[in-house]
Write a protein that binds this ligand. Structure first.
Ligand code: NAG
Ligand code: NAG
Length: 332
């Protein structure tokens, strides 16, 4: 897939170098090696993409690329894992149906999954330091239910898609009207690192936002977190279109979608990352400032990525009309 500048301008205004690629779904299951390491089932359901070394325990001293035998990502040296929660439609009778995920523009044949971006810098040519073996982080907080809370994070948003290329009108809460082409969840991680810790007890304190300005305005990193890292960004497109008949929506006119962790507001949006690129492939790509098509990196087809899938380790029905959210997560 060759991206033209016209298409790129629509997708990522003012970007001058970035990686943008597709990773298909690896598995949808209740597993969380960051928040609930070792647990056979985490409290809420996740959709995971990336390398097939994903597991209940992921030892930071072992490179995922040494364990994995395949990845769902089109950059085939990327054995990282990326995950978000899963969206459900709640019917008037109180039952839940999982909302399917569809491929993004240019990646239509992707079986679910996400579009992943690594952006070194939007202005100038500042060098960024790629994530290192063992690095992991989380952005967002699944317990948040208010706008004030959600504003503690920057850029965790929703785009109500009029069509697959809609990129305006991001909101911090779920769209309140039917979205013709689906709801896109946007998860952007902080871009400054303390330069020392690969992780932290809350999986967040080792990274930070720029001290002033923004990533987009090339704002400086704070002295506590002086190292610029690429902006990691997920786009996940939930195909809500078959739930758009408003006679099925709550009688009080509120929107019907609920995160798998029981959030009907959208303010609890969050994403998780375990770095797993092979060797220094990501650093090389960042240093070369390559743009979308990155000749420095090895690739595979979307079809090949679709074939790399895991089975749920604990089998669980996630696709029927369910009387409750998986794991019995209450909506609150
Ligand atoms: C996951 O961990 C279990 C227990 O340590 C191990 O037996 C299994 O091989 C691992 N699976 C993968 C895909 O790494
Ligand atoms: C609940 O509503 C949905 C959507 O209208 C329907 O498909 C499902 O069969 C209903 N379930 C029950 C138990 O009534």
């Amino acid at each position: 897939m060759i991206w033209t500048y016209a298409a790129l301008a629509l997708l990522a205004p003012s970007a001058h170098a970035l990686l943008r690629f597709s990773c298909s779904q690896l598995v949808i299951e209740r597993l969380d090696p960051l928040v609930n390491p070792g647990a056979l089932q985490s409290p809420h359901l996740h959709q995971i993409i990336g390398g097939n070394a994903f597991n209940a325990t992921m030892d930071p001293s072992v490179a995922p690329s040494d364990l994995a035998t395949c990845t769902t990502c089109t950059f085939s040296e990327d054995f990282s894992n990326y995950w978000t929660a899963v969206l459900f439609f709640r019917a008037r009778n109180g039952t839940f149906k999982r909302v399917p995920v569809k491929g993004n523009s240019g990646f239509e044949s992707s079986q679910g999954g996400m579009t992943v971006y690594y952006t070194p810098t939007l202005r100038g040519t500042a060098k960024v330091t790629a994530f290192k073996k063992g690095f992991r982080m989380i952005v967002g907080n699944p317990t948040y239910r208010t706008e004030a809370e959600a504003k503690r994070f920057r850029q965790l948003t929703y785009t109500c898609l009029e069509n697959i290329l809609t990129r305006t009108g991001e909101t911090l809460d779920f769209p309140k009207k039917p979205c013709k082409a689906g709801i896109m969840v946007n998860v952007r991680f902080p871009t400054c690192w303390d330069g020392v810790n690969l992780d932290s007890p809350d999986h967040m304190s080792h990274v930070a936002y720029p001290a002033s300005g923004t990533f987009e305005s090339n704002g400086p990193c704070p002295s506590t977190h002086p190292v610029k890292i690429p902006q990691l960004f997920y786009e996940v497109i939930f195909d809500t279109s078959k739930f758009n008949d408003q006679s099925l929506w709550p009688a009080d006119g509120s929107q019907p979608f609920v995160w798998s962790f029981g959030d009907a507001t959208g303010y609890g949006n969050h994403g998780d990352y375990v770095f797993g690129w092979k060797g220094d492939a990501l650093q090389k790509a960042m240093d070369s400032n390559c743009n979308i098509n990155c000749p420095q990196l090895k690739t595979q087809s979307i079809a090949a990525g679709n074939k790399c899938a895991q089975k749920q380790k604990v089998k669980e029905d996630i696709d029927s009309w369910l009387p409750e959210l998986p794991g019995g997560m209450p909506v609150q």
